[in-house]
Write a protein that binds this ligand. Structure first.
Ligand code: ADP
Ligand code: MG
Length: 751
């Protein structure tokens, strides 16, 4: 090993030599000492506490801590005079496990030489079965230093004895846990961790250890308490750095000028309010006021509005859009799907009536124009829409990702609204935002996938959040039931009867399947490069899919299920089909027919997941329900019970009782509380999925931090980071310098 001090930024080739560095780079993509030191142990063995060998299962790749009990040598006939087999029994003092080594000649026996009965070691390999016994064949192993007779107690050996806890690292075939442990030890001893990124005064306030100490302790903890302190401190690093970056973004955004778009008396907005056929809920009023104030500020609003399906977010968005139009600007609404964009356009123009018919006969005095831009708008209509957007005649512009195209140029874009934010990435949000000329537009993003505050703070940390918690009065309840199709087949028959009954009453139904059933077998529509579902990053998907409980058959497909229903249980009813691979015009036609009641039962993929609003639909049957995520199921069932009649959602599954899948479905059936469900959803996912889905791995640096479990810590880190960044925007010093000109209070509106 090369001597000398190593820093976190030092390349591993220098610190460890090319061979080890290459192996670590290949296995984990590590390049620097810092990368290696952020590869934290997966768990720790406590000396004297052996692995429970009875818990091993065939096929598992395991690293176990056990004691050698017996070494037996056996001759192997017919393979040469000295060919043999060693059978080593290891034990946790209760159960036993066999290690098998083969060798061709006596020299081959060297591999088992260190395996001395009574010594403890770590053994790694894949558990296989030979006759009735579990075994590891040719495991890798490393013996822990026992008390070798007459050994010189070198300081190194002494340190080894002192360590109560032995780290076990995430390993791979090419880089074993102990190879990593050795590499860590090599860089750890001469490490200069550099300046602590957390100010001393902050560390003191929160009782945190120094970083260098924490890095040492997470790899080589003295005891549990030592480890706990280390983890706490390193979590703080992650939370603080993340929140500081987000605070910097907020500050940078706030430093950009925006055109204030204050409320104007006697404009369209006021008239719109007067025409509303219902009273706004208290929540809608409160959020509306916040937004109205922020739009009047000289820096851009960045607000996330979350609220249950049907909580009435759209009306809030329209009111904000009209305030901007009244103030002379334009407002754009970006929807994730063609179906949804059209639905928004229809309802906006209907609600505005003559207020949105500028230039037409009978238009109101202050009227504006509304334009629709989607992939399937015809060439002539598109030209005229583009021109209206360009001249500013269209104050309200609604569309899908077609809005993001280069040809779409605004006269004076003042507000960007993004519906169902969880379907979009940040890039799309930024692309639309970039269309405002000199000034940055105000931004309102909306989501019906409510997420806990810490997650919102972290995933959408550069946004302030508002939440609508109540539904407008007069909503019907949705009853949800699990239909166990495997153990109780007649329940499924009953489900189809229920669908028939509803149709007989003049109602409509959805049947949702995980797969389309033509062409490439994906279980969603993600492969279709067309209009809907484009590059959709779905915060609600990606859940453990069935985990092998529903057997190995293909997930049910729209086309197959529709054919089966048409020929059997639902014969005679008017069935329609909707999925992402249909042509956009076909999709629109099907949706319009369904809305008009010309289709009784719509068999669809999750394209109906967001925003679809057909109040006459009262039943939804979800096939292979265990294949959908918790939040996704919740979103889906939000399609029924939107009118005055109660909704019914049936979750059909072949998952066995008492499996995690069934428990998830039972949880969905048991509550309509979206926040509760989204917590449940998040708990079952790795943080990387959550963050990665939302922001394409921008924060992949999170190793220890758990968004739900560490809520309190994240909240504290956010406060600290915000304070620090407000006084030291560049984080030039780790100590806050008083008297910086850019304190929040120097802005015209509160931050
Ligand atoms: P979401 O939050 O899911 O986007 P919408 O904005 O689509 O919900 O609202 C769902 C339905 O509720 C719409 O038909 C809308 O007109 C209606 N709505 C919105 N606010 C109210 C209210 N305060 N009272 C009654 N109905 C409302
Ligand atoms: Mg909506």
């Amino acid at each position: 090993m090369l001597p000398g001090v190593s820093t976190l930024g030092a390349p591993l080739t220098r610190a460890l030599g090319p061979k080890t560095a290459k192996a670590l780079a290949a296995a984990f993509g590590m390049g620097t000492v810092g990368d290696l030191l952020r590869h934290y142990p997966r768990r720790y063995y406590t000396r004297g506490e052996l692995t429970d060998l009875s818990s091993l299962r065939e096929g598992d790749h395991v690293t176990v801590l056990a004691r050698v009990e017996h070494v037996g040598l056996h001759q192997m006939y017919g393979k040469g005079p000295s060919a043999g087999r060693a059978e080593v029994i290891i034990t946790d003092d209760r159960a036993k496990l066999v290690l098998t080594f083969f060798f061709r000649n006596r020299g081959g026996q060297y591999i088992i030489k260190p395996l001395v009965p009574g010594m403890v070691g770590m053994f790694a390999g894949t558990v296989s079965r030979f006759r009735t016994r579990l075994q590891l064949v040719h495991p890798e192993y490393e013996m822990l230093p026992g008390a070798p007779p007459n050994a010189d107690l070198t300081p190194e050996l002494a340190a080894e004895f002192a360590a109560e806890m032995i780290p076990v690292y995430p390993a791979s075939a090419k880089a074993s846990s102990w190879m990593i442990a050795r590499a860590v030890r090599t860089v750890l001893d001469p490490l200069d961790a550099g300046e602590d990124p957390l100010p001393a005064e902050l560390r003191e306030r929160h009782g945190l250890t120094g970083r260098a100490e924490a890095i040492r302790a997470i790899h080589r903890p003295l005891d549990q308490a030592d480890l706990k302190r280390a983890r706490e401190r390193l979590k703080w690093d992650e939370a603080f750095l993340l929140q500081a970056a987000l605070a910097q973004r907020r500050l940078a955004a706030a430093a950009m000028p925006a055109m204030p778009r204050p409320h104007v008396d006697g404009g369209i907005a006021g008239e719109f309010d007067a025409r509303l056929p219902f009273t706004l809920t208290a929540g809608q009023v409160a959020v509306g006021e916040t937004i109205a104030e922020e739009l009047a500020c000289a820096y851009p609003m960045h607000r996330l509005l979350q609220g249950e399906v049907g909580s009435g977010k759209t009306v809030i968005a329209i009111r904000a859009m009209l305030q901007v139009v009244d103030a002379g600007g334009q407002a754009a609404l970006l929807a994730p799907t063609e179906v949804l964009a059209q639905q928004h356009y229809r309802s906006v123009t209907a609600m505005l009536g003559p207020l949105a018919q500028a230039g037409q006969l009978g238009a109101a005095e202050h009227a504006t124009g509304a334009a629709l831009l989607t992939g399937s708008v015809g060439a002539a209509a598109r030209r005229s829409a583009l021109s209206d957007v360009f001249t500013g005649d269209a104050g309200i512009v609604i569309g899908t990702h077609a809005l993001l195209e280069e040809q779409v140029q605004f006269s004076d874009l003042g507000l960007v609204v993004i519906d169902e934010q969880h379907r979009f990435g940040v890039e799309q949000r930024d692309a639309l935002r970039a269309k405002a000329a000199d000034n940055r537009p105000h931004v309102l993003v909306m989501t019906a996938t409510p997420i806990p505050r810490t997650v919102a703070m972290t995933v959408y940390g550069d946004l302030e959040t508002s939440t609508l918690t109540e539904l407008p009065a007069g909503r019907s309840a949705i009853a949800t039931h699990v239909v166990p199709a495997a153990d109780k087949p007649h329940f499924l028959e009953r489900a189809w009867e229920r669908v028939r009954e509803e149709v007989t009453k003049g109602r409509q139904a959805y049947v949702v399947c995980p797969r389309i059933g033509d062409g490439p077998e994906t279980d969603d529509d993600g492969e279709y490069p067309g209009e809907d579902d484009f590059g959709s990053v779905d915060m609600t998907g990606g859940i453990p899919r069935g985990i092998g409980e529903a057997g190995r058959r293909q997930p049910l497909a729209v086309l197959d299920v529709a054919a089966t229903l048409d020929a059997g249980p639902l014969a005679g009813l008017r069935l329609g089909i909707l999925h992402g691979r249909l042509h956009p015009e076909e999709k629109d036609r099907v949706m319009r027919e369904f809305s008009a009641g010309a289709i009784d039962v719509l068999v669809a993929t999750t394209v109906v997941e967001v925003g679809v609003d057909v109040p006459n639909a009262t039943v939804m049957v979800i096939m292979d329900a265990e294949r959908f995520g918790v939040s996704q199921l919740h979103q889906l069932r939000g399609r029924v019970g939107r009118g005055s009649a109660p909704g019914l959602c049936l979750l059909v599954t072949e998952a066995q009782p008492d499996t995690p899948s069934r428990q998830r479905l039972a949880a969905v059936a048991a509550t309509l509380d979206g926040f509760k469900l989204s917590r449940l959803d998040l708990e079952q996912r790795r943080e990387g999925d959550v963050l990665g889905a939302a922001q394409a791995g921008r924060h992949s640096s999170l190793r220890l931090l758990r968004l739900l479990a560490d809520e309190d810590l994240i909240g504290l880190a956010r406060e600290e980071a915000t304070t620090l960044v407000s006084t030291d925007p560049q984080l030039a010093s780790t100590r806050p310098s008083p008297g910086s000109p850019r304190t929040p209070s120097s802005y015209p509106c509160k931050l």
